[in-house]
Structures are given as structure tokens and as C-alpha cells.
Design a protein around this ligand. Structure first.
Ligand SMILES: [Zn+2]
Length: 378
């Protein structure tokens, strides 16, 4: 067995990334801290810190107070040094977020608008929402890494075209058409992929698992070894179309009957409150009988899906999407229902979790695509 040779330039890049990562994780450190922690030579550390400073990625204006001797320079990570924007276009909304290098959402702009990619006015609106979030988050052209455009459909590997957009009938649309009025570097991202990606990226405990997106449609993404598994034809994780009601089920938007989407999309709940999901959960908490009955059936169906995912992947299951944002208070109940199906002795509370990104996870994930690329190329 021969060991792969690492070239000097690869070592150099790796050292730089290690140093930057160390400063990012520890917020504010001295040069000596880095030398000791990473076991690198002082010249290597100095040279890389100088480079990062020149790139405006770290701040050196503060001092670390020493007891005795002179105060050392504090190297501080600047999370807003570079930013990315994510925009999520759905049936009724155009929502955009600004995301910093730590994955924090620092700005949100939402606009109600009917999905209409053939209408030039609609395309202009997408461009305006992106420009507005850029302005609000005060991102300069130079610091903007790119714009991720999340769409409710399957997207080609290179982010250039929509392979399957049945929910809103836009199969075949291209990035260039959708982003006509976005004058920045951009790409398309599949929406349920984006949300799962945001969760994995921000939480390294998620090694293997499944992200269930419970929004206007149901989707998901499979996470294997901390990266998204898309399958041979980019349809991996499309659990919305698992058949869960084999006979007598409702018609799904895909044209078939009894799909998981028909029992667990968000509108199953918020059809009772005129499309206002927050209001649904307010009524549920207040003991409204209809809301309780809808929720009871919804949780039963969700428990079956969670159980099936666990049996398949034996990993963490993250409940996300619009419904995932409100499910916190009901996780114990969901866990109990999942455990009732489980033939093994593991408990759902140990592997089932609510999503971390509760606001605009999908748009955030589309932006994080550019953040991650940047961090890997420093
Ligand atoms: Zn379906």
C-alpha cells in the first residue's frame, strides 16, 4: 500500500485552513496559542496570519492582556468579512436571507408573490428582493460570495437547470432565465436539499441521517458521512412520494394517489387557519378540538415516516420545514409514537431532533453553499 503524496502547496493550503479554522472556533487568540495548539512553526503561523489579515478575514486591532510582559495581539475572526445570499422562490413567496461566514442569518426580506417564471415582472421582483437584502445587510459587491437560488424542484448537478419542477410546473427552466435580474454570481439549489444542507453544515453531530422538510410540499435529504447523498438521478430523499396510503388515498400533485405529501404537507394543518400555520399552533395550544384532531392524525402519519427513515438509515432524523419550526413542544409526543413502531430498543428521543434553522432554513442553505465553497478555497 502506498501513501498518497501531499504536495507542498497542499500542505500550505491545509495549514492556512487549519489556522483560519482555529481562529474561527476560538474567536480571539494570540499567535502563541495557535503555535501551541496546532503544533506549527512560528514563521508558518505568522505568514498565514498576515495573509488572512491582508484578506480582511481577521482583525488584529485588539490586545490580549498578559500578566507581566507586553500584551499580545489578539487575532479575531470577522464573521461578516464575506457574506452570501440565499433566495427561496415558492408558490406564493420570494424570501431572501443574508448569511455570514458562521452561517448566521443576518438579514431577511420576504415578499408575497405568485410564482410566475414566464412573467418578466416576477423575475424583476426576484432581483429586487435579492438587492434589498444585500442593501439591508450592508454587503458590498466585493464581499458578496454569491446568491443561492432555492427552487421547489430537482436541480442539475451544476446548478444550471431544473430537472423536475412538477409542483409548480417549471421543469426545464434554466438558471439564466430565473436569475435574469440577479447581477451577481449565482446558482440554483434544490429546496429540500438546501434545508438539509444547512442543518448538517451547522451541526457536526449529524453524521448520518435524514432531514424531513414539512413545508408546502414534503421533501427530504439523505445525509451520509456529513454530506448530502443525492442518488443516481438527484431524486434521493424525495420522501414526499412514498406511498403511505395504498388504497383510497388523496391525489398528490405528482398525479398519483396516497403519497406521504398528501398527509404531511403543512397545508394539512393550516388549511384550517387560512394558510396561517402560526395561528394553527396557537389554536392547538389553546385546546381547539378541530386543531387537536388534525394534529393527532398528522403526528401519527409523521411517526410512521420517521420510523421508516430510521429503519432505513439508522441515523439522526431532523424534523424541519415550516411544521418543523413549530414542533418543539410536541417532540416528546412524536417520539412516543415513533417508539411504538420500533422493534429495537433505541429511543426516538436519542436520534430524533427538531431543526436548528427555524427561519428560512432553505434560503439559508442555498447561501451556505457559497460560504462552504469559500471556506474550502481560502
Ligand atoms: Zn406524489
Amino acid at each position: 500500500m502506498s501513501r498518497e503524496k501531499i504536495s507542498p502547496s497542499e500542505i500550505k493550503l491545509k495549514n492556512r485552513q487549519m489556522i483560519y479554522q482555529y481562529v474561527r472556533t476560538n474567536t480571539s487568540v494570540s499567535k502563541q496559542d495557535i503555535v501551541v495548539a496546532l503544533q506549527l512553526s512560528l514563521p508558518t503561523v505568522t505568514q498565514n496570519l498576515d495573509y488572512l489579515k491582508k484578506q480582511n478575514l481577521i482583525d488584529t486591532s485588539r490586545k490580549i492582556k498578559n500578566t507581566g510582559g507586553r500584551n499580545a495581539t489578539a487575532y479575531t475572526y470577522i464573521k461578516e468579512a464575506k457574506m452570501a445570499i440565499g433566495v427561496y422562490i415558492t408558490a406564493h413567496h420570494i424570501n431572501a436571507v443574508a448569511v455570514d461566514l458562521s452561517g448566521n442569518v443576518t438579514g431577511i426580506v420576504k415578499q408575497q408573490s405568485q410564482f410566475a417564471l414566464d412573467d418578466d415582472e416576477y423575475l424583476k421582483k426576484i432581483g429586487m428582493v435579492v438587492k434589498e437584502v444585500k442593501r439591508q445587510a450592508e454587503i458590498s459587491d466585493e464581499n458578496l460570495l454569491g446568491v443561492g437560488i432555492a427552487v421547489p424542484g430537482l436541480v442539475s448537478d451544476d446548478g444550471e437547470s431544473v430537472l423536475y419542477g412538477m409542483t409548480l410546473d417549471f421543469t426545464g427552466k434554466t438558471r439564466a432565465e430565473i436569475a435574469e435580474y440577479i447581477p451577481y454570481h449565482n446558482r440554483l439549489v434544490h429546496d429540500s436539499y438546501a434545508a438539509g444542507y444547512a442543518e448538517t453544515w451547522s451541526d457536526h453531530r449529524v453524521k448520518n441521517g435524514f432531514y424531513i422538510s414539512l413545508s408546502n410540499s414534503v421533501g427530504g435529504s439523505i445525509i451520509i458521512n456529513q454530506s448530502i447523498y443525492e442518488g443516481d438521478t438527484q431524486k434521493g430523499g424525495e420522501i414526499g412520494h412514498m406511498v403511505v396510503v395504498p388504497k383510497g388515498g388523496e391525489r398528490c400533485y405528482c398525479g398519483r394517489y396516497g403519497c406521504f405529501d398528501t398527509v404531511c404537507r403543512a397545508s394539512i394543518l393550516d388549511q384550517y387557519t387560512d394558510g396561517n400555520l402560526e395561528e394553527f399552533f396557537v389554536l392547538l395550544k389553546a385546546g381547539d378540538k378541530t386543531a387537536e384532531a388534525l394534529w393527532d392524525e398528522y403526528l401519527d402519519n409523521l411517526a410512521v415516516a420517521v420510523h421508516n427513515m430510521r429503519i432505513l438509515f439508522d441515523g439522526v432524523i431532523i424534523v424541519g420545514g415550516y411544521v418543523g419550526a413549530y414542533i418543539g413542544d410536541y417532540m416528546d409526543e412524536l417520539c412516543a409514537r415513533v417508539d411504538a413502531h420500533n422493534p429495537f430498543d433505541d429511543c426516538a428521543k436519542d436520534y430524533l431532533m427538531q431543526c436548528r434553522y427555524k427561519i428560512e432554513a432553505t434560503a439559508a442553505g442555498a447561501a451556505i453553499f457559497f460560504i462552504d465553497n469559500f471556506l474550502n478555497s481560502i
